[in-house]
Write a protein that binds this ligand. Structure first.
Ligand SMILES: *[C@@H]1O[C@H](CO)[C@@H](O)[C@H](O)[C@H]1NC(C)=O
Length: 255
């Protein structure tokens, strides 16, 4: 079966399962359905795929990896100094190399989606007003791109041209300068494999098929254009502040 067909079958099956499993209030949408039920079902499918495809394998990978040793920051005492209360095994070792990819894919998937849900708000709601763009963020946007519209066009173009599944990002470098880039799969610009230098995501646009295929079919560009209306500028401004402070938990929650 062609990959696209498999995707349709898979998302169709998951849609049925997810719709059946949802409590009626959620299926109708909060507050009695601002959006067509199909949109809420698509959102629910996205959650369900995330849970099944990212969080559960992440949990498995983490559980398996602790059977081998983990890398931790150096301790101010010897590894066995806390015995017998805490075993020396807890403080030693390396991440098994056969688990790195699984943790990168599934941990990345979780972190990226934490950011994704937060940087969106209902279309037309107060958070989507550009009045929420802080003076600091505005200055950084103008410095890097010339205008908010130009930044958004770059974000869209990076997402539209991503081959296969991945993400498009606006990220803040160490000097506060902004850039747009795209990553494959669940990679993000914080990962050493991606970054030329550390760059903290403040906007993340999911261009995996699971994010749009049910609603937009193969028209990824229609989805990315529409998505730009959902940007929660209040959160993105807060993310920029957090990036400047190095506070990653404020951007995507504790991992
Ligand atoms: C508006 O944005 C703030 C900051 O991200 C968030 O706490 C709040 O839930 C958002 N409201 C809506 C309706 O999205």
């Amino acid at each position: 079966m062609a990959a696209a067909n498999r995707l349709i079958v898979l998302t169709g099956l998951v849609a049925l399962v997810a719709a059946a499993a949802l409590p009626p209030a959620v299926a109708a949408g909060p507050g009695g359905g601002d959006l067509p039920a199909a949109d809420w079902a698509a959102a629910a499918v996205h959650y369900r795929l995330l849970l099944e495809e990212a969080l559960l394998p992440l949990k498995r990978a983490l559980l398996q990896s602790v059977q081998g040793p983990l890398v931790l920051e150096p301790l101010p005492y010897s590894d066995d100094a806390l015995q017998p209360v805490i075993s020396a095994k807890v403080g030693r070792g390396t991440l098994p190399s056969d688990k790195e990819e699984s943790i990168r894919n599934n941990g990345g998937g979780h972190w990226n989606h934490q950011l994704f849900w937060r940087v969106m708000s209902p279309p037309g709601s107060a958070n989507t007003s550009r009045d929420n763009i802080s003076p600091q963020l505005e200055a950084a946007i103008v410095g890097a791109f010339g205008s908010v519209d130009q930044m958004l066009s770059s974000l869209k173009a990076a997402g539209d041209s991503r081959f296969g599944s991945g993400w498009s990002w606006v990220c803040a470098a160490g000097d506060g300068g902004l850039r747009v880039l795209s990553t494959p799969n669940q990679d993000n610009p914080l990962m050493a494999v991606v970054r030329p230098q550390p760059c903290v995501p403040i906007v993340g646009l999911d261009v995996w098929e699971h994010a749009y295929y049910l609603q937009y079919g193969p028209k990824r560009g229609d989805y990315t254009s529409a998505w730009l209306e959902l940007v929660n500028w209040k959160q993105v401004s807060a993310n920029y502040d957090a990036a400047r402070r190095g506070d990653l938990a404020a951007i995507a929650g504790a991992v």
